[in-house]
Design a protein around this ligand. Structure first.
Ligand code: SAM
Length: 276
């Protein structure tokens, strides 16, 4: 049902964006292709706060959904969990992460879609988390993924997610639709962000109780956030890579414009949850 793609089984390293055209690729692979590694709305600081609340230790069996470039995976394995399993639908991203995890046989990235059932027993995990992945699925798929999270998590387990949220419930429907259309056009892939209250409601209807909520501004592609997320050298490399390519310049301008336009209405939203 899934593939655990390890170095020994493959010929060469490919990257998720290798076969995609820069003017059309999803925004997250565009950013990654230019050297950005942190691809979530609240940045690395929100991730660190999430991990602090999850208190991962060497007793934990951890599942991470959609690890992308493996930034959070690196932080998690510093705590030496008993096992770490990532679930990533992109084969190249899964390969890249498995290179990092190769030294421990209990750490691995499965090349599987989060909407499929994983070949792991019920109650296997004590910690499950995912960042910037539920937003890009419609409600029915969000629910399917959350049902699988519920199945995989043990009774006392902790679940956390970081996603894009609309910071208020008071916005007019027309405005919300225009914002969603603008976002989708700029990032060239679907997105269904929810308000903070809608996220909470969704998670609670799937059998979880939200025990903690943390919010942070999005500030995507703003100088301070770039440096905070990537470090000074990598941030400068990223800017240099953009300036090398006309298509990258116009796409990055477009994405930054749309996030600046709606920044007051959006936030990075993290919820720490447990099973009811
Ligand atoms: C916006 S990136 C976020 C990556 C990383 N979590 C981060 O925050 O930096 C979205 C990631 O989700 C993965 N993804 C999207 N849909 C998925 C699905 N249905 N199952 C597994 N992975 C998925 C993509 O391949 C990509 O790695």
């Amino acid at each position: 049902m899934f593939e655990d793609v390890r170095m020994s089984e493959r010929q060469s390293i490919s990257r998720p964006w290798d076969k995609l055209q820069r003017d059309r690729m999803p925004g997250y692979w565009l950013l990654a292709s230019l050297g950005k590694r942190v691809l979530r709305p609240g940045g690395i600081e929100l991730t660190k706060k999430m991990l602090a609340k999850l208190e991962i230790s060497n007793k934990d069996h951890v599942i991470e959904y959609a690890p992308g470039m493996g930034v959070t995976a690196r932080l998690t394995i510093q705590n030496e969990p008993s096992s770490y399993t990532a679930i990533e639908r992109d084969r190249s991203a899964a390969q890249m992460l498995n290179d990092l995890l190769d030294k421990n046989p209990y750490w691995r990235c499965l090349n599987v879609d989060a909407t499929d059932s994983v070949d792991l027993p019920e109650g296997f995990a004590s910690v499950v988390y995912g960042e910037s992945m539920l937003t890009i699925h419609p409600d029915e798929k969000k629910k399917t993924i959350l049902q699988e999270v519920y199945r995989l998590l043990n009774k006392k387990g902790r679940y956390a997610f970081q996603e894009l949220a609309i910071s208020t419930d008071d916005l007019e429907q027309d405005f919300l639709e225009q914002m969603r259309r603008d976002l989708i056009y700029a990032v060239r892939h679907p997105a269904w962000p929810k308000s903070v209250n809608e996220w909470k409601k969704l998670i609670e209807t799937q059998g979880f109780k939200v025990v903690n909520v943390i919010k942070r501004p999005v500030f995507l592609l703003e100088k301070e956030r770039l440096i905070e997320d990537e470090g000074m050298i990598a941030a400068l490399d990223f800017v240099y890579n953009i300036l090398e390519d006309e298509t990258a310049i116009s796409r990055i301008r477009e994405i930054r414009h749309v996030f600046r336009k709606y920044n007051n209405y959006l936030c990075g939203f993290c919820a720490i949850c447990k099973k009811i």
